[in-house]
Design a protein around this ligand. Sequence first.
Ligand SMILES: O=C(O)c1cc(=O)[nH]c(=O)n1[C@@H]1O[C@H](COP(=O)(O)O)[C@@H](O)[C@H]1O
Length: 231
Amino acid sequence: MSTDSPLIIALDYPSLDAALCMADRLDPARCRLKVGKELFTRSGPDVLEALHGRGFEVFLDLKFHDIPNTVAGAVHAAAEQGVWMVNVHAGGGRRMMEAARERLERHGLGTRLIAVTVLTSMTADDLAEVGVGVSPAAQVERLATLARDSGMHGVVCSAQESARLRELCGDDFLKVTPGIRPAFAQVGDQQRIMTPGDAMAAGSTHLVVGRPITQAEEPMEALAAIEAELN
Ligand SMILES: O=C(O)c1cc(=O)[nH]c(=O)n1[C@@H]1O[C@H](COP(=O)(O)O)[C@@H](O)[C@H]1O
């Protein structure tokens, strides 16, 4: 089932059963699902089949970062399993991103390919420690421009950077933004956060929401509260 909802729910669970329990409480007409490293490492491709079978479109969030040939192969494998979106780290550089994009094109695969810029958990101090002496916003701009020039469909960034990226890269360039925190939710380990309404107003095209929905007593009520903020 295809949906026009901007919401992508992060299924960060340690087992297939736990992930499917949550998926069964959600509606594929009103959100997409994101499968990340923990769940995929435990369950393998079975989780993709199970979620596709339930009608969900899936963002496979494995943030590939390796030499170009290896990443192209990994992205190809993900796309052949029918995922809606897959991502790589923009820090892997132009040749890595181009190789991934070319591989999808060569095989006629329509999976969206996006690049992670600066993780939403990172601060300026964290960047300085790994040798990046500019602000998170400046580094996001640099990597987003490189991602666009390397043929990516969009980027993962914080919603705090969406407005600037809309100016730089346009409306059609996807801005997938985690670190979304509605007023009712706890911040947790995220640093560069925004509310759902503000994020969409700033130009985010998709909102990645995990714990504010998956740890709510009534996930569909939490999802409805976020939808109400967007309308
Ligand atoms: O690529 C991602 O999805 C991602 C990138 C990023 O910079 N920050 C970030 O939080 N994420 C993911 O987005 C989700 C956020 O979940 P919550 O913090 O629970 O809403 C997690 O699955 C993260 O792995």
